[in-house]
Design a protein around this ligand. Structure first.
Ligand code: SIN
Ligand code: FE2
Length: 216
């Protein structure tokens, strides 16, 4: 029993440096798990997941939605943040208080006080879905970090460098883990390898990622 307790405590407190300005907070979302999952459900009821098309004409394998003042969208005309959900014609759902709190606490833990996200992109990966290496660079203010929360099925997160060809380090991401990158790592290339099939006790056959940004 003590061993189990110590394992859980170690997981909850584990902090890994991915690169300068980039940390991985293992299990950091677990304390707010119930509120976050309830928030997710309420957002998706208003703004359902959809598969968007890249400017190059590819349909993304991860389905997406957003909450907050602005949502990240892509279509044949390009990538952008939009205050309106193109699928419903309405504003995006309000960012749940639990989301905002978790993002700002995690950013503070990672050394970025006063993070004020106005957008949360929600990615859903069913088994077989992936996200190729990219930079988050559609935001106005690169002084603010990115906070990325992993939920559900595990996945392998790729964290590279500023140049696309820079070497990439693979980090396993599990339910409740949070990655934060900013400062010298703000424009690092990152991506997610193909999610393998599995069954998560809370989320079933899917991985959910919440990405918080100061977009506008
Ligand atoms: C993203 O880069 O938008 C999502 C990353 C992830 O799913 O872990
Ligand atoms: Fe990203």
């Amino acid at each position: 029993m003590n061993d189990l307790f110590e394992d859980v405590a170690a997981t909850l407190s584990a902090r890994e440096q991915m690169a300068a300005g980039a940390v991985l907070l293992r299990g950091r979302a677990l304390a707010l798990e119930d509120e976050i999952l309830a928030g997710l459900e309420s957002v998706v009821a208003i703004a359902p997941f959809r598969h968007m098309t890249t400017p190059g004409g590819f349909v993304m394998s991860a389905a997406m939605t957003s909450c907050g003042i602005a949502g990240w969208v892509t279509d044949r005309t390009g990538y952008r943040y939009d205050r309106t959900d193109p699928a419903t014609g309405k504003p995006w759902p309000t960012m749940p208080e639990s989301f905002r709190r978790l993002a700002s606490e995690a950013a503070t833990d990672a050394g970025y006080a006063n993070f004020t996200p106005d957008s949360c992109l929600i990615n859903r990966y069913l088994p077989g879905a992936r996200l190729s290496l990219h930079q988050d660079k559609d935001e106005r203010d690169f002084a603010q970090p990115i906070v990325s929360v992993s939920l559900g099925l595990p996945a392998t997160f790729q964290f590279g460098g500023i140049r696309r060809a820079d070497p990439v380090v693979r980090h396993p991401m599990r339910h409740g883990d949070i990655a934060v990158w900013g400062g010298p790592s703000r424009l690092v290339h990152h991506g997610v390898l193909t999610v393998r099939d599995g069954d998560h006790p809370k989320l079933g056959r899917q991985r959910i990622n919440l990405t918080f940004r100061a977009a506008l």
